[in-house]
Design a protein around this ligand. Structure first.
Ligand code: ADP
Ligand code: ASP
Ligand code: MG
Length: 414
């Protein structure tokens, strides 16, 4: 018998009716002869509601207590699904992260899974039970509840699939697969049948929130086939595996965008060795992650230094940079949180020149000014004013011929 791990996101368990629909899918999977372990999110909006409550109780809620609070959302849905399955005479049992023993480090609110003690789950499976596990949560060495960061249920699901050596990890959500761009922004976006881990890793890290980046890292590391599909309609979804012969030979897999970043510039800093370290040192020490970095060519012994951080860290980074500016005698600090990052991603870019210039001229034709650029082997990202988000993503989507009906576009670059 093959084992399937199936994860259902917030919209798929938004109310009891939806939870009953999930029970239908779970039972259908069982009837096809699979063992099944289900991993659930909290009801849609619940985690946001809990964060909001915490904000009312304290200006800076304690991170340990926040995890105690946030983990309650998933405890509600796992119990309700187990009840709904039992009502239909299917033996089901729910476990919290602590009960399974999903062991994490102790970094509250963004903990990493270290190990999963799967004995309890395996025993329940041998007793023919449907096991329902709370996503997004774990327990640290001292027994404190931890959570895995927003979207963390994806990672719980893949980690469970690894621990149980599952045949496939299915991520059920409100879209029927991974698209060439967020279908909410690009109505003409096209669902992909297959995708390479590497491309999904880039798409997820560049803002495609359909999968938490860490879940894709796990899946790639342990080679667990990942399938994204809809809990609202039947379909094959998108299968994410290692790159293989059957995959479309498209240059560009998709366009991703990220509106969670903010940009900081230090103008007129002395152009001498050690400057980049002096600027970014305090930022790193504060635990703030830096994404893009650009330093201009020095003129008159001074230069400008620009980088981006997560918007949540914007205020803190601005204060820190203000101090650094004084110490270094910089001319001024400029900060802007009204930016977005738009990226084109595709393994086909490796062997093709001309993608960057095509991207830049398509944006220019729409009058979209590029503020920053960064590239890797399989992606090009630009930072633009946030007012150009929709226009920018749609423009690139059509410039690279990603719409319906133009799937293979090897000659799209002249
Ligand atoms: P869940 O609550 O099930 O975890 P999420 O909201 O986290 O669902 O992820 C699904 C959403 O991801 C979709 O509704 C869609 O708007 C968004 N999304 C962003 N980029 C893409 C993409 N390339 N393909 C599919 N969905 C995407
Ligand atoms: N409920 C958590 C969140 O909203 C985890 C998840 O749904 O993946 O981020
Ligand atoms: Mg999600």
């Amino acid at each position: 018998m093959t084992l399937i791990v199936a994860k259902f996101g917030g919209t798929s368990v938004a109310n009891v009716e939806r939870i009953k629909a999930v029970a239908d899918i779970v039972i259908a999977t069982r009837k096809r002869g699979h063992q099944i372990v289900v991993v659930l999110s909290a009801m849609a909006g619940e985690t946001d509601r809990l964060i909001e409550l915490a904000g009312q109780a304290a200006t800076t809620p304690d991170s340990r207590e926040l995890d105690v609070l946030l983990s309650t959302g998933e405890q509600v849905t796992i119990a309700l699904l187990s009840m709904a399955l039992q009502e239909r005479d299917y033996p089901a049992v729910s476990y919290t992260g602590g009960q399974v023993q999903i062991l994490t480090d102790n970094v509250h609110n963004k903990a990493r899974i270290i190990d999963i003690e799967s004995a309890r789950v395996k025993k329940a499976l041998t007793e023919h039970k449907i096991v329902v596990i709370a996503g997004f949560q774990g327990i640290d060495e001292s027994g404190n509840i931890t959570t895995l960061g927003r979207g963390g249920t994806d990672t719980t699901a893949v980690a469970m699939a690894v621990a149980l050596n599952a045949h496939e990890c299915r991520i059920y959500t409100d879209v029927d697969g991974v698209y060439t761009a967020d279908p909410r922004i690009v109505p003409a976006a096209r669902r992909m049948d297959r995708l390479a881990y590497e491309e999904m890793l880039e798409l997820a890290s560049l803002g495609a929130k359909v999968l938490q980046i860490r879940s894709v890292e796990f899946a790639n590391k342990y080679k667990v086939p990942l399938r994204v599909l809809s809990s609202f309609e039947e379909g094959r979804g998108t299968l994410i595996t290692d790159e293989d012969e059957e995959m479309e030979r498209a240059l560009i897999a998709g366009i991703a965008h990220n509106r969670d970043e903010a940009k900081l510039t230090l103008r007129g800093v002395p152009d001498r060795p050690g400057i980049a370290g002096a600027i970014l040192g305090p930022i790193a020490e504060a635990g703030i992650e830096v994404d893009m970095i650009v330093q201009n060519t020095g003129v008159d012994h001074t230069t400008d230094f620009t980088f981006t951080v997560h918007r949540n860290d914007f205020a803190k980074a601005t204060v820190l940079l203000g101090k650094t500016a004084q110490e270094l005698g910089a001319a001024e600090v400029l900060s802007d949180d009204r930016i977005v990052k738009i990226s084109v991603v595709g393994v086909g870019m490796r062997s093709h020149a001309g993608i960057a210039s095509k991207m830049f001229s398509a944006l220019a034709a729409e009058g979209i000014n590029i503020q920053m650029i960064s590239t890797s082997e399989i992606k090009i990202s630009v930072v633009v004013d946030e007012k150009y988000l929709e226009l920018g993503v749609r423009t690139l989507h059509s410039a690279f011929g990603l719409e319906n009906g133009s799937a293979i576009m090897n000659d799209a670059v002249g």
